[in-house]
Design a protein around this ligand. Structure first.
Ligand code: FES
Length: 251
């Protein structure tokens, strides 16, 4: 039975939540994240990604851990964790498959891809096929525009792009993931897993050289810039003397 996210609404419930899953190493990394920001509370978003890199979702323990480290209330952390869709309230599979079903991708075949994957995995939005976290387990979600409309229909696995997909290609990809394989994304680094991606989103790149390898551009995306270059079009330059506001004192 998988753990479900539940609000801890009373002090008694909150004090009963055990945060020992976050060991000394994770607490030290939390302090590194906090040190990046002038105000500690600004570290909450990457802290929640750090929590997901440990547990595969944001659990009540993760909420309490963030509250303790950032001197926030459990209610404040819960409000943020339940607002953004990238924070998962149920344990995620080894891989998170996000299919863009926004307008451009939908008309190009995104809806058909989502339907084919849902039928194959026998799950709906945010459903997981397999035991969460184990090899080959897949969480499926439909996503809003993934900012790659020129390459649609697109899907992402752990936020890495697979461009110009068909239902057949997407099915082959998901079946390979279920077999424990990691087909290369169209662009970007080699595929890791959901928890590995969450660690990067928290700002930890354990193997930076590996992370920055792989094609990072698509011809379609650069078409506008190439046309501008051919035609000699340029944007107005930034003034050299633009003043930046002073940083507030660290609280
Ligand atoms: S509509 Fe799918 S990437 Fe924009």
């Amino acid at each position: 039975m998988t753990e479900q996210f539940e609000f801890t609404t009373t002090e008694e419930q909150t004090s009963a939540v055990d945060t020992s899953v976050f060991g000394e190493g994770t607490r030290a990394e939390a302090k590194q994240i906090i040190a990046r920001y002038p105000e500690s509370r600004s570290a909450l978003l990457p802290m929640l990604h750090l929590v997901q890199s440990v547990q595969g979702h944001v659990s009540p323990a993760g909420i309490k851990f963030c509250a303790e480290e950032l001197a926030l209330s459990v209610a404040e952390v819960s409000a943020v964790a339940t607002f953004y869709t990238m924070y998962k309230r149920k344990p995620c599979g080894q891989h998170l498959v996000s299919v863009c079903t926004n307008t451009m991708c939908a008309v190009l075949g995104g809806d058909a891809i989502y339907k084919a994957l849902g039928e194959h995995l026998d799950v709906g939005h945010e459903g997981t096929a397999g035991e969460p976290g184990t090899e080959g387990s897949i969480t499926l979600e439909h996503a809003e525009c993934l900012a790659a409309c020129d390459l649609g229909p697109v899907l992402q696995v752990n936020y890495e792009y697979y461009d110009n997909q068909t239902p057949e290609q997407a099915l082959e990809l998901v079946k390979a993931l279920q077999r424990g394989e990691k087909p290369a994304p169209t662009r970007g680094p080699a595929l890791s897993d959901f928890r590995g991606a969450e660690r990067q989103l928290a700002g930890f790149f354990d193997d930076l050289d590996e992370t920055v390898t792989g094609p990072s551009q698509a011809t379609e995306t650069n078409r506008g810039a190439a046309l501008a270059q051919e035609r000699g079009w340029t944007a107005p330059s930034m003034p050299d003397d633009a003043e930046l506001p002073p940083l507030p004192e660290k609280k």
